[in-house]
Design a protein around this ligand. Structure first.
Ligand code: PMP
Length: 360
């Protein structure tokens, strides 16, 4: 079987170029006689890999010097607890905006550690839109405000970052990471698991403003304290070496695509093509409010679960895999992360037209 178009929400497709490069280096990385998987994380080779990955990411995202970049383990899920453990540092209060499954999970976890208030939610309309929240709706003494900027399950995204004034804004950017230009200075902390837009599962990137580090209570387990990782260049313990290496290759690939601005342009083109195909069809419907549509996870339905199943099965026969929606919502979801080529979306949209014609 050749390469397929993989529309999985994550782990998801990676650029072929970086897979080929990793393959080339797999058994003998740059002539050192071993694989990145086999080398000590304390070796000069690996130090160069992690330093270069961080430098390239800083460059791509224009990350200021007063922010630390951490390469951690535990996925997005561990951040649901690390964030309140470290950032509830004064009032013990934090405000959350609920825009779907992952925001809900994050808020539930945070409730174990402090006074968590849901200031807005789109649950009333099955998370098909992003609630607008003004600065005065947040508690003035909140230690942080929390958003999930791209909602993997429901296919929504914040197109405007809420103004939180001086209160640090925390952002779960797991499924949108580095897919569009973000002004890092608007955030206190940004995090993302790598397995959607960056590389294989196993590394979670945390970008955190320095002044928010150092407040974890004394009894916090070492691994859960950002300070430990920050003071040790993400190498207090053995980091996920191979995943960091792959992330580094991916950052170089993004540079070759014209940086984040170049990638954003391509993502807008791909998403535009797919949403246009849905909106122009009389078979497919996207339930998401037009202004809040995700560039990464495009959710659509026919309205008939049996027809959805047929569509997904037929698409699979044509090399388009993992188009089923999240198990909690059904229908279809095409995850078109950075690595999905325009061609993949073109193949999908022409199949949608053909399927609709055949079912008239
Ligand atoms: N946040 C978002 C937006 C996600 O999509 C996911 C996973 N799909 C998570 C958090 C959880 O991440 P992980 O599986 O890496 O723990």
């Amino acid at each position: 079987m050749g390469r397929i178009y993989n529309f999985s929400a994550g782990p998801s497709m990676l650029p072929l170029e970086i897979l080929e490069e990793a393959k080339k280096d797999l058994t003998d990385y740059k002539g050192c006689g071993m694989s990145v998987m086999e080398m000590s994380h304390r070796s000069k080779y690996f130090q160069d890999i992690i330093d270069e990955a961080e430098a390239d990411l800083r460059d791509l995202m224009n990350i200021p010097q007063n922010y630390k970049v951490l390469f951690l383990q535990g996925g997005g899920t561990l951040q649901f607890s690390m964030i309140p453990m470290n950032l509830l540092r004064k009032s013990g209060k934090a405000d959350y905006i609920l825009t779907g499954t992952w925001a809900k999970k994050a808020a539930e976890e945070a409730k174990k550690f402090g006074d968590i208030k849901v200031v807005a939610s789109s649950a009333d309309d099955n998370f098909t839109y992003i609630p607008r929240v003004s600065k005065d709706e947040f508690r003035s003494d909140a230690d942080y405000i929390y958003i999930t900027s791209n909602n993997t399950v429901y296919g929504t995204r914040f197109t405007e970052i809420p103004d939180t004034g001086d209160t640090p804004l925390v952002c779960d950017w797991s499924s949108g990471f580095i897919s569009e230009v973000y002004d890092v200075t608007k955030f206190g902390l940004i995090y993302a698991g790598a397995q959607k837009n960056v590389g294989p599962a196993g590394v979670t990137i945390v970008i955190i403003r320095e002044d928010l580090i150092g407040y974890a209570p004394e009894k916090t387990p070492l691994y859960l304290d950002y300070k430990i990782h920050s003071e040790n260049g993400s190498m207090y313990n053995t980091p996920p070496c191979f995943a960091i290496y792959m992330a580094g290759l991916n950052f170089k690939w993004i540079k070759d695509q014209g940086g984040v601005a170049g990638i954003q342009k391509m993502n807008e083109e791909k998403a535009g093509l797919l949403y246009d195909a849905i909106d122009q069809s009389s078979m497919f419907i996207c339930p998401v409010a037009i202004a809040d549509r995700s560039l990464m996870n495009v959710v659509f339905v026919t309205g008939d679960p049996e027809l959805d199943k047929e569509f997904i099965a037929e698409a699979e026969k044509r090399g388009m895999l993992n188009l089923a929606g999240h198990r909690s919502v059904g229908g279809m979801r095409a995850s078109i992360y950075n690595a999905m080529p325009l061609k993949g979306v073109q193949v999908l949209t022409s199949f949608m037209k053909e399927f609709e014609e055949a079912h008239k």
